[in-house]
Design a protein around this ligand. Sequence first.
Ligand code: ACO
Length: 420
Amino acid sequence: MSEKAKLTLGDKTIELPVFEGTEGEKAIDITKLRAETGYVTIDSGYMNTGACTSNITFLDGEKGILKYRGYGIEELAEKSTFTEVSSLVINGKLPSSDELKTFEQRIANHSSIPTALQTMIKAFPNNAHPMGVLSSNLAALSAFYPDLLAQDLTGPQKDEVIIQLMGQIKVLATYAHRHSQGQGFIQSDKTLDYCSDFIHMMTGKAVDKEVAKALDILLILHVDHEQNCSTSTVRMVGSSKANPFATVSAGVDALWGPLHGGANQAVLEMLEEIHKEGIGYKEFLTRVKDKNSSSRLMGFGHRVYKNFDPRAKIIKVACDSVLAKLGVKDPLLDIARGLEEVALQDPYFVERKLYPNVDFYSGIIYRALGIPTNMFTVMFALGRLPGWMAQWKEMLETPGFKICRPRQIYTGEVNKKLSR
Ligand code: ACO
């Protein structure tokens, strides 16, 4: 692009190239800034930093647009499946029906874990949080597949480990849940689709088609979300050429926090608290607006979406329809609706452009599907895995990619001496 940015520092002016993405986003390329001026940029929380270029996901926070590989999230949620979207995101194009069948079959063939790992899951206390169990066991998988620890995995090795992880995360997630309930493990049924198999392994019961479909939509909506906290963690860890199991385990840990994927569990706990205390919406909002309190309206606000979160819109509609189809009446849904309505009229939330995010209604659907609250963030991880792996693969296959290593500006003590 011929456009240049000019930067004047003292009596020196330099020109910086401007880079434009395919959806018209513009960025100033500062790669040579330090070499030419001695300055670095500072951008705490990466509010304004493009850490990479990527062909996977486009997101426009002002307009509420989210697309995977150019396809709108609304169309994918309506017409596609989780495995098809996973293949799209990972491989860059929609699979043919034969390719999709093979993709699904390969995942099904990887839907088991070594016996020693089953023993390891059983060694965790029953009240261990399933995210902790998932993260530990993902890292532990590295011990069982030494061939996949090479610094430079070949293309087919990368593809294989991605498929393997898609199968094995399903097993680890369901086994973590079964163990927390003091129940035995249930083997995968290769004849079932991904979401039906997941429910079968969680419950051991016949799978309701509506439940499997609802889960499929939720997972599609979680597949990728460009450079968020967990995805950037996956890129950061993977950039040292750490093995894929350790890399994805780190992604799970980053996701767990309540400001990120852990918000879905926190939302449900918040709604339960409001229900139990019988507190009015306005009174509750006064609490979360108080700058002296550390509580926030969980499931509200987003770093990037400033008008609405398109995923939240789809989930809200799905929530009504799933609960109606399953004949579930949940008082927490009424509380969520009431809270949303009052918050959206409150100047505090309006001025700060705080809207419901993907996590606000997802927990109510998971609850209706019979998934316990402490599994909500695990569900997020299950959905996000293909996005993490697509980003990992894209990064490793970008010619000349570099280890992630930000700078800082030191603000501590200078020239101290020991008084000995
Ligand atoms: N409740 C109350 N106040 C809020 C909330 C909230 N949920 N979110 C933001 N604010 C306020 C902040 O206090 C701040 O107010 P101030 O300007 O008076 O200091 C202002 O809005 C801006 O907030 P930041 O924290 O600076 O915004 P940031 O972009 O860093 O954070 C985040 C985004 C973390 C999502 C935030 O909105 C939040 O904590 N939300 C609740 C947790 C949540 O739902 N997380 C899930 C996000 S979606 C996902 O990761 C899958």
